[in-house]
Structure formats: structure tokens, C-alpha cells
Design a protein around this ligand. Structure first.
Ligand code: C5P
Length: 251
């Protein structure tokens, strides 16, 4: 059992800032402001489609840890090849959709390890998206998923990801505990978006989750976008999130 307060460095390392911008210039400007105040920076499909791998290379070249959030979902051979490219870019973390199946995930994990070893690079962590946080039971049913609940399907896909050799999953604040229950492996990563830093003050009254509460429930990383990007002082907003997480007692 891990007790005590999280130390400064580890709380900072837990903060992943989503660079959800329309241009490389905006992303690099914000990165420049926040590089000392967050542990990782997420490049998602919009920014990647606009700015491409060159932006990722610039961030990595500057020493940034990058989460490449492209959620690969294709035939196993294609995803394995995309995973090799992610390794070559030097990202710290990237993801695939668990719905692509065991074989796809296993091949991606193997390709990641092989390519990192071939290039003498640190192997990036590979995680799975289980159920998109935007989907509810109705949306799952529409796609032919017969699970009794979103939570049941999340548990199932988290176990599948673990068995395929992945390092963890993306999970909403409500799914952290179910994932931890479903997957016993120590060190299985849980990356949690959909948190609201301003939630701390009224968490008890409303069904919203703050970064600190997500960490308390067992998240290894929390992803924050707009609450930091849209703040008048993004660096101060990032530091406030880190400070909040530093005070979490993990038991
Ligand atoms: O909401 P916010 O701007 O903090 O979102 C940051 C990132 O977290 C987005 O890039 C999105 O990929 C992810 N997100 C999510 N599920 C949510 C909210 C955000 O996956 N409910």
C-alpha cells in the first residue's frame, strides 16, 4: 500500500496538458509557457492533422514528453506499422482503440517493443481507449454492443488490453475504480481526461471530478485542456492543478 502525499515532481508528472489548438504556432507558444509546469503534452487528431509529425519532433527535440493521442484502429498490420512510426517520433505515450481487438493490440505492443529496442530508444507506453467518454449505453447499443452497461464494457475491454500486453487504458473519472478492480496488475496505467480543475470547490454537491479526486481514485495521469488553455494565466492554472494533486493522500 502506498501512503503519504505525492511529492512535487510526481504530481507535476501526472499533469498532461492537451494541446488542442488549430495551429503549430499556438501549440508551441502554449508549450513554451507551460513546459516547466506540466509533465506531458498531448497532441491529438486535430493538431496532428494540421501540423503533422514535424510538430511532434519539435516538441520531443525540446525534451518534452508527448502523448500522441491518435487512437489507432485498423487492421493489425497497419496499426503495428503506425506504432513503429510513433516509436520513431520519440513519443512517451500513445494509444489504440481496444475495440480493434486482441490481435491488433498484441501486434501493436510487440511492434512498439521491437522498434524501441532496435533503435535503442526507451519504449513508449501503449494504452487503449476502452469506450469513448462521449458514448452512453444507447450509443453502444447502436453499434451492436450488447453489454449491460458502459462500465461492464469498459471492464471487459480493459481486461482485453491487459491480456494483449498493453500498459494501461484511458478511463473517465467514473471508470477508474472499475478498471482498477478489473485489472489487478500493478503498474497498469490509468490516464483520465474529463476532469474539471474548478470542481474541487463543489465536488461534494455535483457529479464532477477534480484532478485531485481522479488521482485519489487511482489515476496515474490526468489530461486537462480547456481549463488551462483558456485561462488568462495558463502557467498559474497548471501550477494550481499540480498543487491540488500534491496534497492528495493515496491509500
Ligand atoms: O475538456 P478538456 O478541454 O480538458 O479536454 C482535454 C482532452 O481530453 C481532449 O483533447 C479530449 O481528447 C479529452 N477528453 C475526453 N473526454 C472528455 C473530455 C475530454 O476524452 N469527456
Amino acid at each position: 500500500m502506498n501512503t503519504g502525499t505525492a511529492e512535487t515532481a510526481s504530481a507535476k508528472e501526472k499533469l498532461v496538458v492537451a494541446l488542442d489548438f488549430e495551429s503549430a504556432d499556438d501549440a508551441l507558444r502554449l508549450y513554451g509557457e507551460l513546459r516547466r509546469d506540466a509533465g506531458m503534452f498531448k497532441v491529438g487528431s486535430q493538431l496532428f492533422t494540421k501540423a503533422g509529425p514535424e510538430l511532434v519532433r519539435r516538441l520531443v527535440g525540446d525534451g518534452a514528453r508527448v502523448f500522441l493521442d491518435l487512437k489507432f484502429h485498423d487492421i493489425p498490420n497497419t496499426v503495428a506499422n503506425a506504432a513503429r512510426e510513433a516509436v520513431r517520433l520519440g513519443v512517451a505515450l500513445f494509444n489504440v482503440h481496444a475495440a480493434g481487438g486482441s490481435e491488433m493490440m498484441r501486434r501493436a505492443a510487440e511492434a512498439t517493443a521491437e522498434e524501441a529496442s532496435r533503435l535503442g530508444l526507451k519504449r513508449p507506453s501503449l494504452i487503449a481507449v476502452t469506450v469513448l467518454t462521449s458514448m452512453d449505453e444507447e450509443a453502444l447499443r447502436e453499434t451492436g454492443v450488447g453489454a449491460a452497461s458502459v462500465e461492464e464494457h469498459v471492464r471487459r475491454l480493459a481486461r482485453l488490453a491487459e491480456a494483449a500486453g498493453l500498459d494501461g487504458v484511458v478511463a473517465s473519472p467514473h471508470e477508474i475504480v472499475p478498471v482498477r478492480e478489473a485489472v489487478g496488475r500493478t503498474g497498469f496505467l490509468v490516464v483520465t481526461p474529463g476532469v474539471s480543475p474548478s470542481a474541487a470547490a463543489y465536488e461534494d454537491q455535483k457529479r464532477v471530478t477534480s484532478p485531485a479526486e481522479a488521482v485519489r481514485r487511482g489515476a496515474d495521469f490526468i489530461v486537462v485542456g480547456r481549463a488551462i488553455l483558456n485561462s488568462p494565466d495558463p502557467a498559474a492554472a497548471a501550477r494550481a492543478v499540480v498543487k491540488e494533486m500534491e496534497n492528495v493522500r493515496i491509500s
